[in-house]
Write a protein of this length. Structure first.
Length: 235
């Protein structure tokens, strides 16, 4: 009998934000897999879940090169899907850890697409960066009949401007090196003063501030900019 595959959301950073189900499945699964940058850098997902990982687990480090324009790397996910499949074929359950939620920009979706048709699979939602950043900034995301746009910062500048202008509320993710572009767009829309910047939400080194107060030209991957229209703020 084949093992079962779990995509386990481990939340945004605080180990106490893992769900009870996530902790249980991490304990029960024979194999724990998690993404990590290639080159030996530590896995954020494993760092988050570390207090809940018992000793003696078989671990698979899914090393993923972060190369612009080449993500997701199909050959990488093919390789690790095959390694995970071997464990499943041997009857071992595999829990794949994913920062935040597995299906919100989560790398697990690429393994899911390769394995879910052949193996029993369950996706376990996690506390997403959306909820975490809003909570730490003390800024509601939406209310009543408002719409929320989740926008990746790497998109074209004109498209970024169009999407921000069209939404009641905006969460801009994957800010990183695109911070100057986002600032430029918000300044052009007259919205810079309304934007809240959140970096590494729920971690010890988190930052929460008005974007206009941020003295930096780049941001880490784990950062987000939240924005609401004045009508939304007053609703």
């Amino acid at each position: 009998m084949s093992g079962r595959l779990y995509g386990v959301g481990v939340g945004p950073g605080d180990p106490e934000l893992l769900t009870l189900k996530s902790v249980r499945l991490i304990n029960e699964s024979s194999v724990i897999a998690y993404p990590a940058p290639a080159g030996g850098a530590e896995s954020m997902a494993r760092q988050i879940a570390a207090p809940h990982i018992p000793s003696g687990k078989t671990e698979i480090v899914i090393e993923t090169p972060m190369i612009l324009g080449q993500f997701p790397a199909n050959d990488i996910y093919d390789k690790y899907a095959a390694e995970i499949a071997a464990h499943l074929d041997a009857g071992r359950d595999v829990a794949v850890l994913c920062e935040g939620d597995p299906f919100l920009f989560g790398s697990f979706m690429y393994l899911f697409g390769r394995l879910a048709t052949d193996y029993a699979t369950e996706v376990v939602p996690g506390v997403s960066s959306l909820g975490a950043c809003a909570a730490r900034a003390e800024v509601p995301l939406v209310s009543r009949n408002q719409t929320l746009a989740v926008i990746p910062a790497p998109i074209d500048e004109n498209e970024l401007q169009r999407r921000i202008a069209a939404a009641d509320a905006v969460a801009i993710m994957k800010v990183g090196r695109h911070l100057p572009k986002v600032r430029r767009v918000l300044e052009g829309l007259g919205r810079l003063k309304d934007a809240i910047y959140v970096e590494r939400a729920t971690l010890e080194n988190e930052k929460v501030m008005a974007l206009s107060d941020l003295d930096a030209e780049t941001a880490p991957y784990f950062s987000m900019i939240l924005l609401r229209t004045s009508e939304a703020s007053d609703a």
